[in-house]
Every structure is written in C-alpha cells, then in structure tokens.
Write a protein that binds this ligand. Structure first.
Ligand code: AVJ
Ligand code: FE
Length: 440
C-alpha cells in the first residue's frame, strides 16, 4: 500500500512518472523518425501522436488543473484530443514532428515536477494521496502499452528485444480448474489511492459457486478448437461474431499463418512456431467466447474473475492482488514489459491466489463475459471521457493486465475494456463453468 506521509507519496509519484517516461523513451527511440510518423495500422495512431498526447494530457492535468499554470501550448489541444479525431485520421493532422514532440513532453515534465514539488499531496480531491500524479503516470503507461501494440503491428525487423519470462516447473502437476465457493465478496475499492473512477466504490457482490481454469487457455488448446473446425461451425459463435468470421475469413488468431503444415506467428518482428504452452494471444472476445462454448464452458463474469483474484476464503477479505496486499514483484507476475511475451501456462507459482489460480495478474489480459458498466455508486472522476462515455453493451471488460502493463496500472480491481471484435490488444482468456447444485 501507499505510504501515508507526504514525502513517501512524493517519492512514489516521482518514481511512477520517471518509470513511465523511461518506457516512453524506449518505445519512441528504437525506430527512426519515418516510423514514428507512419501509420502502421488504421487501428492505431502514429507513435508520435501518442508521444505528444502524453505530454498534452500531462499539461492539462498537472500544469493547468493542479498547478493553476497558464497553458503552454493551448493551440495543440484539439490535435491531441482523442475524441475529436479517430485513430485512423491522426496521420493527416498537423502533428508536432518527433523532435518537437519530444521537446514538448520534456518541457511539460520539467514543469510538472515543479508542481509536484509544491503540492501538499493532501486535501484537494485531485491531489489527495497524489492521485493526479498517479493518474497521469497510469495514463502514460497505458499509452506505452498502446505504442507496444503499434510495434507488434509494425512490419519489418524487430526493434525491441527482451529475455523470455521464467518457464514453469514442467514436473509440477497442477489441477486444471478450482471450485470457487459461492457467497458474497467485496468487489471494487474505496481505499486504493490511485484506483481510477470505474474501480470505485467497493460494494458487496454475491457470486454463486463456479469452477474456474487455474491457467489461461494455451495456444495448444486453442489449436484443438481450430483443428475441430472451430472457425467453420456457426454453433460456437455469437451471431455478430460469426458475421465477423465470415466477413474477414478468420481462421486463426491475429498474426498467425499456416506454412508447410505448421502454424507460425509473427511476434514483434520475428516469425516463430506458435508456442503451444503459452497463453493464446491476439484473440477477440468473439473467439474467446466461441472457444469456451466449444469446450462446453463459458467465459467468467467480471465479478467471478475478481472474486477469484481477490477473495481470501480464510478471512473473507478482498486482497489487492491474488497473492496478498504486497506490490507486484518479478517473482509474482509478468508485468512491465520486462518480457515481450506471456510465460507458459502454469507460470508464476508465487503469484497464485489462495485457491491456487495462476497468472491472474500479468501475462495476458483476460476477456470476461461482462459488458463494461458502472458499479453502484459510480461517480465520474475527474473526467467523463475516461470511463463514463464507454459504459454500455458495446464494450467487454478485460481483467488482470498483460506483460505490457506496468504495475502502476494493474491491480486486482483494475478494469480494461474494448470492442468484442478487437484482436490487436494483448488479450487471451480463461474459461469457467457453473458448479452443479451439489456444489452450492
Ligand atoms: C482503458 C486502455 C481502454 O487506451 O483507450 C488512454 C486508456 N484513456 N487515454 C484507452 C486511456 C485515455 C484506454 N483504455
Ligand atoms: Fe489518452
């Protein structure tokens, strides 16, 4: 948990901002200016848009709102307003060129650190416990993940490398599923200082007994679905998912291709055999939902996922993470782009939940069955455009974070969302099933 005293808060905010900037610099210095301004996919912004948008959001929240400073570059606000311009239209905007975008973000940061220096970090809602600084660090890290997605979509040789995550002990046998006993648990949070608006407030939720996979679904298991005609049988698919399969001729996860009787995939510029023991990645909600139906199972609801990740049956309390209240470490979870891929299924035993569910935090985002909706008592804070405008049946919730998520933007309560057709995000899934009457 966060330190209670102002100096502790200040150093935590400083660290979070510095970590985010180091990662932004890595992601925007490993390719040339042509690649920074190019559109690698109509689904994504040019990298240089993300870079200046990071600076512009920081200017708006930390310099103008918290610091009460005069606007530095008010004329560029509209260029970097995500709601004014869809991603596909951003390459045509009058974007700051790479050198200017870097200088702008650096100028903003220098002044933001001055604002942090002077902030009491207590009292005012936006500043309390350093929230505004934590929010801005999370925002930058979220765009860093977005930029990493752009890197994965980009053509050409690898620009980024990282060692593989630790492999699990192959001699160890783990159960394939666990029973999560029915009963109430506390979902969401009212005490996590840097939790975003959609994670609030804490509220009691009753979750009936259910079984949950102990690990994410592997590429090997997903290949069985494919080999069994998964993509050619309408029975497994929601009607709109089936329409997407037909329209785009889908027959495998994004980035996969069949060559010489083998499934290969392009992963950060390297073509490799599909890793059978790793969690499947780059599947849409429709694909996850279809696989689960084929397997005679279903996706977990968001409440089921969070109960499995946070509820401690011994105390009845909700923990911050599956392993307890302590912050993530490299032993507990694959987070922070330390690796460029998920660990094989069954990894990270030190990060298991009390019931033995693994890899809930890190590795791959996990699609849930649930629509993105506000919790009872939700209040938009500090801006409607973070969460509120996305609530509704059009967006599905993802949980747990991926290898590309920084710990500052990952908690047991953290909620992500996207359209059910999206596949470029670092998403996989695990499955669940109802417990029979006898298990209630
Ligand atoms: C929470 C990941 C869906 O990237 O669209 C970034 C985060 N919000 N800037 C997104 C976000 C504003 C958001 N997601
Ligand atoms: Fe943003």
């Amino acid at each position: 948990p966060l330190e209670a005293d102002s100096e502790g808060l200040r150093s935590r905010a400083l660290q979070a901002l510095a970590d985010a900037r180091r990662r932004t610099e890595l992601l925007t210095s490993c390719v040339d200016d042509g690649e920074l301004t190019a559109q690698h996919s109509p689904l994504m912004s040019p990298l240089v848009w993300d870079l200046a948008h990071i600076g512009n959001q920081e200017e708006q929240w930390l310099l103008r709102t918290v610091g009460g400073r005069e606007a530095l570059r008010p004329e560029i606000d509209s260029v970097y307003d995500a709601f004014e311009h869809p991603r596909s239209a951003r390459p045509a905007l009058p974007l700051l060129p790479p050198a200017e975008a870097r200088a702008y973000a650096a100028e903003v940061r220098g002044r933001a650190l001055d604002v942090l220096e002077r902030s009491p970090l207590r009292g005012a809602p936006l500043e309390d416990a350093g929230f505004a600084f934590g929010m801005v660090a999370q925002h930058e890290q979220q765009h860093d993940e977005t930029m990493l997605i752009t890197h994965q979509l980009r053509r050409g040789p690898a620009a980024l490398t990282a060692p593989p995550p630790p492999a699990p002990d192959t001699a160890e046998r783990i159960r394939s599923e666990v029973l999560v006993p029915g009963g109430p648990f506390t979902m969401g949070t009212s005490v996590e200082p840097w939790a975003l608006d959609n994670e609030r407030p804490a509220h009691a939720t009753f979750v009936p007994s259910f079984f949950l996979d102990t690990t994410p679904v592997s590429c090997g298991a997903y290949l069985e679905f494919m080999a069994d005609g998964g993509y050619t049988d309408a029975r497994w698919w929601r009607p709109d998912g089936w329409a997407a399969v037909r329209e785009h001729g889908l027959r495998a996860p994004l980035f996969w291709r069949r060559e010489g009787g083998q499934w290969l995939r392009r992963h950060f510029g390297v073509v490799e055999p599909v890793p059978l023991d790793e969690p499947v990645l780059h599947v849409s909600w429709y694909e996850a939902d279809a696989y689960a139906r084929w397997a005679g199972r279903r996706l977990p609801t968001e409440a089921e996922w969070e109960k499995a990740a946070r509820h401690d049956p011994a105390t009845g309390r909700s923990l911050r993470y599956p392993w307890g209240d302590a912050d993530p470490t490299p032993e507990r979870a694959n987070l922070g782009q330390r690796h460029l891929r998920p660990a094989p299924v069954g990894g990270y035993p030190a990060g298991a939940s009390p019931l033995g569910v693994r890899q809930l935090i890190g590795d791959v985002w996990e699609w849930t069955a649930s629509d993105f909706l506000p919790y009872p008592g939700f209040a938009a804070f500090p801006y409607r455009e973070y969460s509120e405008v996305f609530f509704g049946p059009g967006h599905k919730v993802l949980r747990g974070g991926s290898f590309a998520v920084d710990p500052v933007a990952c908690r047991g309560t953290f909620r992500n969302w996207d359209l059910p057709v999206r596949r470029q995000i670092f998403a996989g899934f695990r499955t669940a099933r109802d417990a029979g009457e006898d298990q209630l």
